[in-house]
Design a protein around this ligand. Structure first.
Ligand SMILES: [Zn+2]
Length: 232
């Protein structure tokens, strides 16, 4: 009898919890609450990817993520385009103690959120592990370019056409050392660091393309928050 009562209670507990959740009477901690904005500093969990994806459909959840994370963000005005290259929901990319060279790129807010996660949970930990240092600057080739994939005259627009992608060529460490593509890809420690960034980036970006993908990416990493998942 007791065993049966325990079983019923066990079965009812999740139902009661769900009821309390939907009625608003109970909320889990924000990082486990699907309705709460993404906390960029919190350890990523099973909801992280889902909350990142939601930002593309509900732009306000992206700015909310920066707000609850105590991170400044600089939203920029939308700019319509008649040729399929609109700027919508864009911000000026910022790092935590990281400078962007030659300048701070304009990117979509979801790409900026993915970058914030990448920086904190992949880039800086990898720099600490491999070089006992931290990254203080990132060199890039730009984010926004009104063009098709691979500069073809026809075909679909690149994620760069909406500033939803960033091409990165190198990382400057606090100790002055610089790790860059393509020079360091085949060097032992630096190459392992770069591969770790690619694999770590895949947790937060939709696509990460580098030297292993094709010759067009031998000298940079392409990070984007587009629809097509690819990690190579
Ligand atoms: Zn690119």
């Amino acid at each position: 009898m007791l065993r049966r009562t325990m079983l019923v209670l066990l079965l009812l507990a999740p139902v009661a919890l769900a009821g309390a959740y939907w009625s608003g009477a109970w909320r889990p901690p924000p990082r486990w609450d699907p309705a709460a904005p993404l906390e960029l500093h919190a350890e990523p969990n099973i909801l992280t990817g889902w909350k990142l994806a939601r930002m593309a459909l509900q732009p306000e959840t992206c700015l909310a993520a920066f707000a609850v994370s105590g991170r400044a963000v600089e939203p920029l005005p939308d700019r319509p385009s008649e040729v399929g290259c609109p700027l919508e929901n864009v911000v000026r990319l910022d790092g935590e103690g990281i400078a962007f060279r030659p300048s701070r790129p304009v990117v979509t807010c979801p790409l900026a959120a993915a970058w914030a996660l990448f920086e904190r949970h992949a880039l800086q930990p990898a720099a600490a592990r491999h070089f006992n240092s931290r990254v203080v600057a990132v060199r890039h080739l730009g984010s926004y370019a009104c063009r098709n994939v691979y500069h073809r005259s026809a075909g679909r627009r690149s994620e760069h056409a909406t500033a939803n992608a960033l091409d990165v060529t190198g990382f400057v460490l606090a100790n002055g050392r610089e790790i860059r593509l393509p020079r360091d890809w085949d060097r032992a420690e630096a190459g392992a660091f770069l591969r770790e960034l690619r694999d770590g980036g895949c947790r937060f970006f939709k696509a990460v393309l580098g030297p292993d993908y094709n010759a067009a990416h031998r000298d940079h990493f392409h990070f984007d928050r587009g629809r097509w998942g690819r990690c190579s």
